[in-house]
Design a protein around this ligand. Sequence first.
Ligand SMILES: O=C(O)[C@H](O)[C@@H](O)[C@H](O)[C@H](O)COP(=O)(O)O
Length: 259
Amino acid sequence: MATAVHHPPNPPVIYNFASPDALIDSLASFVIKAQKDAIDKKDRFTVAISGGSLPKMLGGLVDNPATKWDKWQVFYADERVVPLDHPDSNHKLCTDTLFSKVPIPSGNIRPIDVSLLDDLEELSDSYEKELIREFAQKDSARSPVFDLILLGMGPDGHTCSLFPGHELLDEEDRWVAYLEDSPKPPPKRITLTYHVLNHAARVVFVATGEGKADILSQVLDYPEAGLPASRVRPAYPGSVYWFIDAAAGSKLESPTQNL
Ligand SMILES: O=C(O)[C@H](O)[C@@H](O)[C@H](O)[C@H](O)COP(=O)(O)O
């Protein structure tokens, strides 16, 4: 009987750009390539997207004829527990910044169920069920394999709503979890867990600006410190990519590549 070979995760690939504008163009090309791979294989493209500065870095997809929006199935990597038209909502941010500018069918975007805002456990369960419908039922998979997860990183090394020292860093069973004590406001959020992040085919982090330089070095040069963003290491053959600009990369010791 053949023995299963345990392959270690692929090392992070770090793409360094002279400016945010150059990054935006290359990121769009990367996303289009991932989209093509996914559609060729299964005629749909599953994407998770975070808030913060990330959505505006996807501007290269607007008016881009290669984007097949009707094939996208979009989930939120994390969401603040607020109404969808609230200024803190990641759905509102992504809609205002990106989705309102492109022909994506509204049914292809999965916001949280706002009838459950008062019950975080029910809310995160219902979002997990959305993922189960998308992945377990369509792909007959035991774990969700997103084609692409697009993430930012906060100044403390958090990603999604996974914060340093928080008990959710050890959540191994849930696909979606909730927290009521986020150190970044607002306090109530739901988030994808590492179970989901580390089963993805591709995770892309985007980090730009001098303000990210110190933490980027800690996350990438000293992964053993275990900051939340360092723990995103998709299982083989998945990969994690970092799209950074020169300012964010100014303190980095790890080797970077041009794209
Ligand atoms: O809901 C959120 O707060 C975000 O999803 C969060 O995880 C964000 O991506 C990081 O905090 C980075 O934010 P910036 O890109 O704005 O630095």
